[in-house]
Design a protein around this ligand. Structure first.
Ligand code: GDP
Ligand code: IMO
Ligand code: MG
Length: 426
């Protein structure tokens, strides 16, 4: 048996969707374990492009895909995605949804917006999909779970209790209250369509693992957006780290065998919060255009920064990386000098960790080393040896600083533009 976790090592959008799709060619089951439709994953093959937020990126290849209990699911987005996939010839009957996952309700995005407006300087720049408020309800034990769509009476009871509280808050903040009947009817209609997909996912998944199936765990976001290990409070409300897979998928920790860290060859961040290696000049603009660095969900231009090894070391510590997949290497073609951050200077002292205090992280000055770039087109490269010497040296330097072997790299958005240096499923 063999399982692999695909984890974002930076601030999200590292190319997790592309690698999940690629590795799903070998996998039996693909499972998402956290987050919701704040994620935006792009998958390209055979001249087609798919942008998906909820359905695991393994849908095009794996025999079964699971949305785990750790997710928060907006059924409207999900049904839209299922319809889009079906219309484009993709079979969604193999999609299973954990009955323990939580539902995003229509009031959650509204509350997200109010909370953001109240935060002033501490505004997170969320995707306004209601992710934080849905996880708040989960932990306050008033959340509504996917399985409850199958129990109209319990669903109605919980909706009534929630609406009493939520409507009061919405009105007090100048928003319109929600109508019980409208939400009830809308969600019961979703229930009809989703019913055949709702299952005890942990039970099914454990059976698959016990039977020797190859399982891929697909993370959303990235470790720097992790609620515990990211740049709090400028984070999402779940744990993208591999450490949350056992909880979010309902499996034993021993069942995670390999953790593949997905690493952008530079850095990006969408949303607010400190970002020490950020820069904004002609070179950054070039990277943004070549890398199509605009948010999938919100279309915001992504902020651009140099590669930061301190971040990858932090991710390795909290997520246990066994291999790295370096993404978007082609985007750096033509950049004359490539900077790599190897540590920070904080109050005159050199540090090699990510300070938890946000004001300290904001004042960290990156310590850079500079490597020469390359100008050759690498988008058709199929092996490490055929990369220009400077690109090889860049990957080798990342590997040495991270202390984790580079086992894959990517030179374009298409599935074919992926180079695997070692077997990933053992
Ligand atoms: P995810 O959220 O981690 O799945 O990443 P996104 O899909 O949001 O963002 C990654 C973007 O980079 C998408 O537009 C991908 O199509 C694209 N992409 C992935 N790998 C490569 C690559 O190696 N080169 C280039 N040029 N684009 C890539
Ligand atoms: P994928 O899976 C990049 C960011 C938002 C914001 C913060 C909190 O595509 O890598 P939220 O709506 O989650 O409460 O927003 O997290 N964010 C992402 N940034 N990629 C993502 O997902 C993201 N999901 C959330 O921009 O800064
Ligand atoms: Mg994304």
């Amino acid at each position: 048996m063999s399982t692999v976790a695909v984890v974002g090592t930076q601030w999200g959008d590292e190319g997790k969707g592309k690698i999940t799709d690629y590795l799903a060619q070998e996998a039996d089951v693909v499972v998402r374990y956290q987050g919701g439709d704040n994620a935006g994953h792009t998958v390209e093959f055979n001249g087609q492009q798919f942008k998906i937020r909820l359905v695991p990126s393994g849908i095009f290849n794996a025999k079964m895909v699971i949305m785990g209990n750790g997710m928060v699911i907006n059924p409207k987005t999900l049904l839209g995605e299922m319809t889009m996939l079906t219309e484009r010839g993709i079979d969604v009957s193999k999609l299973l949804i954990s009955d323990r996952a939580h539902l995003i309700m229509p009031y959650h995005p509204e509350i997200d917006e109010i909370q953001e407006d109240k935060k002033g300087e501490l505004k997170v720049g969320t995707t306004k999909r209601g992710i934080g408020p849905a996880y708040m309800d989960k932990f306050a034990r008033i959340g509504i779970r996917v399985g409850e769509l199958k129990d109209p009476e319990l669903f109605a009871l919980k909706l009534r209790i929630n609406l009493e509280d939520k409507n009061e808050y919405l009105r007090a903040n100048g928003k319109e209250a929600f109508d019980f009947d409208a939400i009830y009817a809308e969600y019961m209609a979703y229930a009809e369509t989703l019913r055949p997909h709702i299952i005890d996912a942990s039970y099914i998944l454990n059976k698959e693992i016990d039977n020797g199936s190859k399982v891929l765990f697909e993370g959303a976001q990235g470790v720097m957006l992790d609620i515990d290990h990211g740049t709090y409070p400028y984070v999402t409300s779940s744990n993208p780290s591999a450490a949350s897979i056992p909880v979010g998928a309902g499996i034993p920790p021993q069942s995670i065998h390999e953790v593949l860290g997905i690493v952008k060859a530079y850095s990006t961040r969408v949303g607010d919060g400190p970002f020490p290696t950020e820069f904004d000049d002609e070179v950054a603009h070039g990277i943004r255009e070549r890398g199509r660095e605009y948010g999938t969900v919100t279309k915001r231009p992504r902020r651009i920064g140099w590669f930061d090894a301190t971040i990858i070391q932090h991710t390795r510590r909290v997520s246990g990386l066994t291999g790295l997949s370096i993404m978007l290497l082609d985007v750096l073609t033509g950049v004359e000098e490539l900077k790599i951050c190897t540590g920070y200077r904080l109050n005159g002292e050199v540090i090699e960790y990510v300070p938890s205090l946000i004001n300290e992280f904001a004042t960290c000055e990156p310590i850079y080393e500079t490597l020469p770039g390359w100008s050759e087109d690498i988008t058709k490269v199929t092996s490490f040896d055929s990369l220009p010497a400077n690109a090889q040296a860049y990957l080798k330097r990342i590997e040495a600083l991270a202390g984790v072997p580079v086992v894959m790299f990517s030179v374009g958005p298409d599935r074919e533009q992926t180079i695997r240096l070692k077997p990933i499923f053992k």
